[in-house]
Design a protein around this ligand. Structure first.
Ligand code: FAD
Length: 530
């Protein structure tokens, strides 16, 4: 084993070379750097019971995206005289073994606010002697006892959520505007970020630690999958290429205005599709933000937050901050921000939504795009989230959240939960009378139904007059389109007009009761509401 000045760079997210302060610090003054990624089998192993290919926690599209990102990282590290070491197992335990075996003095990794990583971090960071109580924290004890320096900088978000919360007296800001006021300009904006590295210290002897190359999905136990795959490939190289393409169109960046934009465009989507790269940290949000500021400086006029492209990155930071500062952010019960609503439980309706069998082509096409691509436009996500919860089916937002969490390639704990709270009118947004029509909303953007024809080929010959409401097509037309409703494509699971009225009525009742009881509803109150 190497002795003296070795360090471990533990990659988790932040799968990049550019703007990577942990990697920078790991290589500073070190003779050896061990870049490690630990594959947690829990996240990767095939789940034969899942309704679509993948593990229990992640759809295969995201697993593949991650593996591609690791291959790309390995290639970049090799160009710098290093390489990526892949290990497998419970990350905390694997790390201890590596630390022991390699005798390093520094452990560096990007700070992460997600509960999964927070739980892991507790295991690795040195704690004051008086707080060292739980025996499960052995990695933490190990780094403390062995005098290993742990360096864990914030570089996944524009701001440190903990700082913002502290500036706000210990509570997260609950509106975007108050968040902006507290946040101000990011401190790193004035000095250029480190975006290129010319070399890295070599990898030391790995000793008896089990190290492998990046596995393929076959190595992980997945057979041949016959389905359409996501067109988006993982990795930093691809992220930087996409970013460059986006920001090179200065007019487009300057005029970007959300929520304008067409959710039915899929050959060339209306937004950047940088979210999966930001999720895994193949792209630094800070670098993205800096590139946007460069564009803004060089144009006469540009849009501003909340609607601008920089404003979208600030939404990301907003949700990270609220999520980090709110206990039980990912559920209704025990979550102070969340209105208590007596959602229905209905496994069949849930399955119809998840499996794209609602009978509403606009909704079903979006759910097919989710399953096959793992990415949809923001307003498409709005449509299906509203439909599942307060718009039509009145099912619990946590059920929809779970489906998104598993299948999205950009699946992000803070952003996903935050947006589900929003769309279900459980928090942040409360205008429950404004419901997306599963018929007219999509039609406005795509009257010919090209999006539906692509993702639901069973409807590809349906005349445009009927494509959003195929159950209204006369039998002769259905026969000619080779799509009999009720046989080849389902009838609607609910009637939007009556279902949405009923949803509004229930929301009004639940809101009134929430107000009366100031959010403190008991299970009994909820049952009485049903
Ligand atoms: P662009 O419009 O190009 O925006 C650039 C970046 O800004 C995005 O990549 C993203 O990081 C950030 N951003 C954009 N919109 C939002 C937003 N509303 N909230 C927070 N950050 C935003 N986004 C995720 O990254 N992961 C999720 O798991 C996720 N779940 C969602 C669930 C629901 C129900 C809804 C309605 C939205 C969800 N979003 C999620 C937010 C948003 O839809 C996506 O970030 C966006 O569509 C990604 O496409 P893009 O990169 O082209 O976005």
């Amino acid at each position: 084993a190497a002795s003296g000045s070795g360090s471990i760079m533990w990659f988790r997210k932040g799968l990049r070379i550019h703007d990577n302060p942990a990697l920078e610090y790991a290589s500073k003054g070190s003779d050896f750097v061990y870049p490690v990624f630990v594959i947690d089998p829990h996240y990767m192993e095939p789940d034969p019971k899942a309704f679509s290919p993948g593990s229990k926690l992640a759809g295969l599209n995201r697993i593949r995206f991650l593996l591609e990102s690791l291959v790309d990282l390995d290639t970049s590290l090799k160009k710098l005289g290093s390489r990526l070491l892949i290990s497998k197992g419970e990350p905390g335990q694997v790390l201890i073994q590596c630390l022991k075996e390699w005798g390093v003095k520094k452990l560096c990794f990007e700070h992460d606010t997600d509960p999964y990583y927070q739980a892991l971090d507790i295991k690795v960071k040195p704690i004051p002697a008086d707080r060292r109580v739980e025996s499960s924290m052995f990695l933490q004890e190990y780094t403390s006892a062995a005098g290993i320096e742990v360096f864990s900088p914030v570089s996944h978000t524009l701001f440190n959520p903990a700082d913002i919360i502290q500036r706000n007296g210990g509570k997260p800001p609950l509106t975007y505007q108050s968040f902006l006021k507290l946040a101000g300009q990011p401190s790193w904006l004035s000095s250029p970020l480190l975006t290129s590295i010319s070399s890295l210290p070599p990898v030391g002897d790995v000793g008896s630690c089990e190290i492998s190359e990046v596995p393929t999905i076959k190595d992980l136990g997945y057979g041949d999958i016959e389905q359409e795959w996501t067109p988006f490939r993982g990795g930093e190289s691809e992220a930087l290429k996409r970013l460059k393409e986006s920001v090179s169109d200065k007019n487009w960046v300057a005029n970007f205005e959300k929520p304008k934009g067409n959710p039915s465009l899929f050959v060339k989507p209306a937004t950047t599709v940088l979210s999966p790269y930001l999720k895994f940290g193949c792209l630094s949000s800070r670098y993205f933000y800096q590139c946007l500021q460069d564009v803004y400086k060089n144009v006469q006029k540009h849009t501003s937050p909340p609607v601008s492209l920089a404003g979208q990155l600030l939404w990301r930071d907003f949700f990270y901050t609220v999520a980090f500062g709110t206990p039980n952010f990912d559920r209704m019960k025990g979550n102070k921000l969340c209105k208590q609503i007596p959602w229905n439980d209905d496994d069949e309706l849930l399955a119809a939504w998840r499996e794209a069998r609602t009978g509403y082509p606009w909704i079903d096409a979006i759910m097919v795009q989710l399953r096959t691509w793992g990415w949809m436009h923001h307003l498409a996500r709005h449509s299906v989230a509203c439909f599942l919860t307060r718009g039509d089916l009145f099912l619990h937002w946590e059920r929809g959240r779970d489906v998104f969490e598993r299948l999205l390639i950009d699946s992000d704990w803070a952003i996903n939960n935050g947006n589900w709270l929003w769309l279900s009118c459980s928090s942040f947004f409360y205008q429950y009378n404004r419901i997306y029509s599963p018929i007219s909303f999509g039609k406005k953007y795509d009257p010919n139904g090209n999006y539906i024809r692509h993702f639901l080929p069973v409807l590809k010959d349906m005349p445009k007059e009927y494509i959003y409401e195929p159950w209204t097509a006369p039998p002769g037309i259905q026969r000619k389109a080779k799509c009999i409703i009720g046989r080849d494509y389902p009838k609607p699971v609910v009637y939007h007009d009556s279902a949405s009225k009923e949803c509004k009525r229930k929301l009004a009742e639940a809101y009134a009761l929430n107000q009366k009881l100031n959010g403190q509803l008991s299970q009994e109150d909820l049952d009485n509401l049903r």
